[in-house]
Design a protein around this ligand. Structure first.
Ligand code: AMP
Ligand code: MG
Length: 408
């Protein structure tokens, strides 16, 4: 049992957390239609060439360029008709083939003239263009060749990756199984929405935020509900949670007050590894294990719970999920605000981007940065970083991380 007291900075905390993350190695095969948000467990190698044949990019006429009068019109016999899904035969010299988008270009043809440049006339066609060889032809294999690796293990499947896997004919793909996360909320003052509030009580907003965050990451969540501020109650729920989950996440009760029992409960059932990060919002974050199950205790303040999840829990979970890229991409952009008071802790302020008069984007921050002000998070588009000990003047470049890089 240990309870380290050292205050870590944001990088140290993340590094420490990531060093503890153990990737899931259990693989399951699922329908590609259900792959959204899942993580590919093996690289996908194509068994086919895409497109399989040279084919037409237009509705029009397939021709041999050598048959066309340079700079003038050409009348050709339409010797065949090739709709998508059928294969024509070799183009005889001096003829054209009526062809449709996606249909294979017949041998002997080296261009397709779009129908807007052609006038059909009985069984002939007048071609009013002189295309270059190769015009309007999509080449076999221009997308994928047989044997090509199209997706690497560790990729999180987005709609475009689902389509790509389907384009090589995969109806099923290997993915890591979903991470099971046990979640509970501490606080005698916490009440579920739908119930009426008594004096001194507040609604359990963290349940909704954290459920959304976890489910958005493809986790399977076991919700253990609200746990009273008592050591015994906390130990009891931890004792159930560790058996059912790959990770336990909690909200509240990790500060230093005597009503904060989570750390003591973890220390009793397992091991506590770290609990203070020099950041705002946030500060108390606990990492440890309950028996063998990793545990992350988030602060109760709604904005702190959200921000610490995005900055620490998300990369940790991504690593457990086997995702290759776990660090978000940030952008350095000019501040449209001033920050006069240098802080001891790194501040992650709720911010959005607005266009200045010159059209360039600048970072605007929500006026109330209180760690209980959830409207700031709903208002914002990302987090801007103000480093410990620094101030910001209008126009200074600051680091902005959009929520697209911090969620999901
Ligand atoms: P704690 O981390 O338990 O000291 O809580 C810090 C602040 O967050 C207190 O004002 C709590 O009332 C509030 N809080 C704790 N848990 C929740 C929750 N689940 N939903 C909304 N606010 C919470
Ligand atoms: Mg509390």
């Amino acid at each position: 049992m240990s309870e380290p007291q050292k205050m870590l900075n944001a990088e140290e905390a993340l590094e420490l957390l990531l060093s503890h993350a153990r990737p899931l190695d259990e693989v399951e095969h699922i329908h590609t239609t259900h792959a959204l948000g899942r993580v590919l467990a093996q690289s996908l190698v194509s068994g086919v060439t895409v497109p399989p044949l040279d084919n037409s990019a237009m509705d029009g006429y397939a021709v041999a360029c050598a048959d066309l009068n340079p700079g003038g019109e050409t009348r050709l016999k339409v010797a065949q008709r090739i709709p998508a899904g059928s294969v024509g035969h070799a183009l005889e010299r001096g003829t054209a083939a009526r062809i449709f988008t996606g249909a294979p270009v017949p041998p002997g043809a080296d261009a397709v003239v779009m129908q807007e440049d052609c006038t059909p006339d009985g069984d002939e066609v007048v071609i009013r263009a002189t295309p270059k060889s190769g015009a309007n032809i999509r080449r076999a294999g221009e997308d994928i060749i047989i044997g090509q690796e199209i997706l690497r293990a560790g990729v999180k499947m987005r709609p475009q990756e689902m389509g790509l896997a389907a384009s090589i004919g995969l109806a099923d793909i290997p993915v890591y199984r979903r991470l099971r996360v046990a979640l509970f909320f501490t606080g005698d003052e916490i009440v579920m929405p739908g119930e009426s509030l008594q004096e001194g009580e507040i609604y359990n907003s963290n349940r909704y935020t954290l459920l959304g965050l976890l489910e958005g990451m493809g986790c399977r969540v076991a919700d253990f509900g609200i746990v009273p501020d008592s050591l015994d109650a906390t130990v009891e729920v931890l004792d159930q949670a560790w058996r059912e989950a790959d990770l336990i996440v909690t909200s509240g009760g990790v500060s230093v007050g005597e009503e904060d029992h989570v750390k003591a409960a973890v220390a009793r059932t397992g091991k506590l590894d770290m609990w203070k990060v020099a950041m705002k919002p946030g500060k108390p974050i606990a990492y440890g294990t309950v028996h063998d199950t990793p545990f992350i205790g988030l602060p109760g303040n709604p904005v702190s719970a959200f921000a610490t999840f995005c900055l620490f829990v998300r990369p940790y979970i991504l690593r457990c999920q086997g995702v290759e890229k776990v660090t978000p991409r940030s952008y350095w952009l000019p501040a449209a605000f001033e920050w006069h008071k240098p802080g001891k802790r790194r501040e992650f302020v709720r911010a959005r981007l607005e266009a200045r008069a010159d059209g360039a984007l600048a970072v605007v921050i929500y006026p109330n940065q209180g760690s209980g002000v959830l409207t700031s998070v709903a208002w914002s588009e990302g987090l801007a970083e103000i480093r410990e000990g620094s101030t910001v003047a209008r126009g200074d470049a600051i680091r902005f991380t959009p929520f697209s890089e911090l969620l999901g």
